[in-house]
Design a binder for this molecule. Structure first.
Ligand SMILES: [Zn+2]
Length: 393
């Protein structure tokens, strides 16, 4: 239960103008993935100017060390981690601007607005003195956005011990409580045959047909889908295999030497990734043998499947904070549609993670925007969640 006076103190402690200024100071430093060093330095400066002790764990990425702050109440209790990525997708840079209602610019939605929330949470808890147990850990890093990044800096930071008992991620998801998310791997398959490209009438009768082999792979995927569709979760859907690209051939009467397919494999059950890869490789080996072709597959993990245990104390603390701020009942359990940093925390440490952020729009486009009221709202929810969650009872 959230204490009414705590809710009031947090509400008056959140500084709307300071949130706007912090987000703007981060947005104005361009930070495409693999190039987030300057914005990490900017964030570190902001936190230092606020009087926080800033650490810069490299997490395996010396070019742009991560940013970490531990704010400790000095009394025993849980550690709540507020975390997020500083890098943005590779699109032309859009400068920050605000119109009183929205904040615009590169990363405003995804997710420098969220990072500003995490900073404001630290400030509000310190200024109000409301965190009487446990501690808050803030982390921010590069290498999040695929395909330019691979999530390895966050993994390095977690391995180095920058990991809380529970985690909040202010990505742009706010309509439900994401309790499950599918694991995802991207695959690129190359089917090839020996010999040269040749006019179809000149090819030996036993020349392997790479396009036919590709079609056979697609057919086998359709059969596999009828099995995968039985692996379901009430919130995250079903296992799938999907082909989004199929390419081969140069002209209509030439026998090609290569056919390429790419797509995704998604799974609902945490830990099923390895088995899914093995199943895919087995299927491809069978098609290669049957068609006399060579088939190679490049499989890249985007993230393991995710679950949130709804009985975890973090969920109760979050619902208490959410209810106190919005006046609404609990958020309904739902799907975490995309792979985010929560998947890494869950697969590495089984940490409870809640992705909940501002109702921002335009992520991965040139028209990103975040409602300023939402920055304020999420800061309040996070601060109240922290006060409850970090208590040792
Ligand atoms: Zn993001």
């Amino acid at each position: 239960m959230v204490d009414k006076s705590a809710a009031e103190q947090v509400a008056s402690g959140v500084d709307r103008q300071r949130l706007i200024e912090t987000a703007t100071a981060l947005i104005e430093v361009p930070s495409p993935t693999r190039d987030a060093g300057a914005v990490a330095d900017r964030l570190a400066e902001i936190l230092k100017a606020d009087g926080f002790d800033v650490e810069r764990p490299a997490g395996g990425w010396e070019k742009a060390p991560a940013v970490a702050v531990r704010y400790d109440s000095g009394k025993p209790g849980r550690t709540l981690q507020v975390t997020g990525h500083l890098d943005t997708v590779h699109l032309p840079f859009v400068s920050p601007r605000e119109d009183g209602e929205y904040l615009f610019g590169s990363g405003s939605a995804d997710m420098k607005g969220g990072i500003a929330i995490n900073v404001e949470v630290l400030r509000v808890l310190r200024e109000t003195g409301l965190l009487d147990c446990g501690s808050i850990l803030l982390t921010a890093y590069d290498l999040h956005e695929r395909p330019w990044g691979d999530g390895s800096q966050l993994e390095g930071v977690i391995e180095a011990g920058y990991a809380g008992d529970g985690v909040l991620i202010p990505e742009y998801l706010c309509d439900s409580l994401p309790v499950a998310g599918r694991g995802q791997a991207a695959f690129a398959i190359t089917i090839s045959r020996e010999g040269e490209k040749v006019h179809e009438v000149l090819r030996p009768a036993d020349t392997p047909d790479v396009i036919g082999a590709g079609a056979r792979v697609i057919g086998r995927f359709a059969e596999l889908m009828s099995e995968l569709g039985k692996k379901t979760h009430p919130h995250s859907g079903t296992d799938t295999i999907f082909v989004g690209q199929f390419e081969s051939g140069e002209i209509f009467n030439q026998a090609p030497t290569e056919c390429r397919l790419s797509g995704t494999r998604r799974w609902v059950t945490p830990g099923d990734g390895e088995a899914a890869y093995a199943e895919l490789r087995q299927l491809l080996a069978e098609v290669a043998t049957a068609t006399g072709t060579k088939i190679e597959a490049d499989i890249t993990l985007s993230g393991e499947a995710f679950r949130l245990d709804e009985s975890d104390p973090l969920v109760d603390a979050f619902h208490g904070g959410y209810g106190a701020v919005t006046g609404s009942a609990r958020l309904e359990a739902g799907n975490k549609l995309f792979v985010d940093d929560g998947n890494a925390f869950y697969s590495m440490r089984k940490t409870p993670v809640i992705t909940h952020g501002p109702a921002a729009t335009g992520a991965h486009t040139l028209d990103e925007r975040v409602p300023i009221d939402e920055l304020v709202r999420v800061t309040q929810v996070y601060a109240l969640t922290a006060i409850d969650y970090c208590s040792p009872t």
